[in-house]
Design a protein around this ligand. Structure first.
Ligand SMILES: [Zn+2]
Length: 391
């Protein structure tokens, strides 16, 4: 038996393991958890939540919110213009789309998470893409620092997941780093639960099986950590929960029925739960406002509310107007997908099903209430103070 290393801090992220989902699986890490609580999420998708967790900042501060935004001059996709002549039936096929995705990501020089989803090719040159760099390494944010900048500055040896490999490989690699005592800190994200719940909803028997699998993997990991380190602190957490989808709704048709001209009067990006609209001609504003005010399937988010949620952008980078679908209603089709899912997130953070969660073998301070404050917990574990992280 080799000598133990001093201390290990583990931050283990299970995508979409929200508070409501966690309550349905009380056996998960039972006996090991000392404290757990719900956390408020950030309006948006992982593209908004992940950078907030690792920086402590809101999207308005670090500038990453949704994936695509209107920026015809700065668009890295201008060269894709000829692709609009390819037949849509071919482009929407899964395998073709996957290859195109890799090819476009490479040609644009993106290192971050990139998904074309179902963005129509003819519209791509109108948009820019927010998460161009890999956020899981130093220098990943457009503005502000992440925990990875600080780890690098302080030369603290750490482990971070590789987004391109499956969860079981991520466990294996983290396990190897723990057994070899190569690290003092780890941030490891796991994605299978999110993918499963998008496909089957938030309350399917397969979720119990998957949580059992995670339980086993995590127990083995924590046991190895105890064997190799004198002191082990761990947090298991997530960025958001999951809603069951009750219905799909075609909001694009509502906008198109107004008879306004695309790319002359307005531009819109249709995320699966949000429509973000830019007015190119002032005459488009009144009819669009009228169509979306008192809409039965969702509502316009006023600036005051966007500010409170930390997603108000003074320059309207992500849209002049943000329309959020009512919970459980998915925009179908959208630029994120042509078909309805069984589960979706990206609804209002005040819903119970939106809530994130955190569990630990340590008491969780009462002032930790929103996911971006997990960053403060990481600093505390590393013995760093908050003012190190000034913008
Ligand atoms: Zn998801």
């Amino acid at each position: 038996m080799h000598a133990k290393k001093d201390k290990l801090s583990l931050f283990l992220f299970i995508d979409a393991f929200g508070w409501e989902v966690a309550q349905r699986h009380p056996g998960f890490l039972e006996g090991l958890i000392q404290d757990s609580k719900p956390l408020e999420t950030i309006l948006g998708y992982s593209s908004a939540c992940d950078p907030s967790i690792i920086s402590g900042l809101t999207p308005a501060e670090h500038r990453l919110w949704s994936s695509f935004y209107y920026d015809p001059e700065g668009s890295p996709f201008k060269w894709t213009r000829p692709l609009r002549f390819l037949p849509n039936a071919v482009l929407q096929r899964g395998r073709v789309r996957n290859r195109m995705n890799k090819w476009i990501k490479g040609k644009c020089g993106f290192t971050g998470y990139f998904q074309l989803y179902s963005v129509p090719f003819e519209h791509l040159p109108l948009f820019n893409y927010a998460e161009q760099k890999r956020i899981w390494e130093p220098g990943g944010l457009p503005r502000g620092k992440t925990i990875f900048d600080l780890l690098a500055e302080k030369s603290i040896p750490y482990h971070v997941h590789d987004s391109d490999v499956a969860d079981d490989i991520r466990f294996e690699r983290l396990m190897a780093d723990i057994q070899n005592q190569r690290i003092d800190f780890a941030y490891c994200s796991f994605g299978r639960l999110d993918a499963l719940m998008h496909a089957v909803g938030n309350d399917h028997p397969d979720i119990g099986k998957l949580m059992h699998w995670y339980d086993g993997k995590l127990r083995a990991l924590l046991e190895a950590a105890e064997e190799n380190y004198h002191e082990v602190s761990w947090h298991v957490f997530t960025d958001h929960g999951m809603h069951n989808i009750a219905e799909g709704y075609d909001l694009i048709s509502d906008i198109e029925a107004l008879g306004l001209e695309w790319n002359k009067d307005y531009i819109a990006f249709y995320d699966s739960t949000m429509a973000r609209i830019w007015f190119l001609d002032e005459k488009a504003r009144a009819p669009i406002l009228e169509a979306l005010t008192n809409h039965p399937k969702g509502r316009i988010l006023p600036d005051k509310e966007l500010k409170e949620l930390g997603v108000y952008f003074e320059d309207h980078q992500y849209g002049d107007l943000v329309f959020l679908m009512n919970s459980g209603i998915q925009m179908v089709p959208s630029f994120m997908g042509a078909k309805a899912c069984k589960g979706m997130h990206g609804y209002h953070p005040s819903d119970a099903d939106s809530h994130a969660s955190i569990s630990s073998n340590r008491p969780i301070p009462p002032d930790i209430s929103r996911i971006n404050q997990i960053h403060g917990l990481m600093l505390t574990e590393l013995g760093l103070t908050k003012n190190v992280d000034a913008l």
